[in-house]
Design a protein around this ligand. Sequence first.
Ligand code: SAM
Length: 277
Amino acid sequence: MNYSKIKPTKKNPISVVNGDTRDLIKSLPDNSVQCVITSPPYWGVRDYGVENQIGAEPDIKDYIKDLVEVFSEVRRVLKDDGTFWLNIANTYTSGGRKWRQKDSKNKNRGMSYRPPTPEGLKKKDLIGVAWMLAMECQKEGWYLRNDIIWHKPNCQPESVRDRLTVSHEYVFMFTKSEKYLFNQQAIKEPTADGKSTRNKRTVWSVNTEPFPDAHFAVFPPSLIEPCMLSGTNEGDTVLDPFFGAGTVGLVAKSLNRKCIGLELNPDYIDIINKRIS
Ligand SMILES: C[S@@+](CC[C@H](N)C(=O)[O-])C[C@H]1O[C@@H](n2cnc3c(N)ncnc32)[C@H](O)[C@@H]1O
């Protein structure tokens, strides 16, 4: 696709493009976006119901390879002083199950496929997929600058009896260079006594927010606001290569940033446009 059709403008600051991110991202020029904020599909957790969806690879190695390839394109299009914020969680092996029933509280958890247990792991093992991916990105040349814990005070209850309920995910902050745009002042937090401010800490307590139109977890805007505020100035462009319901676009609009969103599922494009307008 021609970049002139994708490039956000003052008149149309949020540009939404439907297609496979692996193809679309190739149309974006080198060093053209200031910041990338994204949450890719997690491995074997959701069925987005579209061909070529990432996350449905039977082998976890292929999943990591697919994402690392997308993120190496992300590195190409990111400006040298840009930041890349990646939200991802660890998951458990499916224990040999071939499908997952709909949950009475969360009907969208139903899945027609479950990936097999990765080589070397066992039934019930926690797969450190978030860290596997982070380490691969580091090998590819990314600087890993922070592992932020997204603590979810209102996390989904789990019916497990032999381990703790998982109430966190990660937001990895990567950069392309040693020195980069990071507006620390914009995201300072109050000290415990409330009398002054301090550098923002790496545990962020943010409630998940329901979004009935989408069949997947969307970003709570307050999770990504600090990423955008510290990683960009007004007027800069932010990219989300897995746009989903377009939360990054929504936040970009509210903070006077431009945004490019790439999304595979054509059904989500209407949801995004409705939400952003
Ligand atoms: C976790 S959701 C993103 C949710 C988003 N952060 C939000 O707040 O709405 C991941 C998205 O990636 C999309 N996706 C999966 N494979 C893709 C591909 N190959 N190209 C583009 N998008 C893809 C899915 O359709 C889904 O909408």
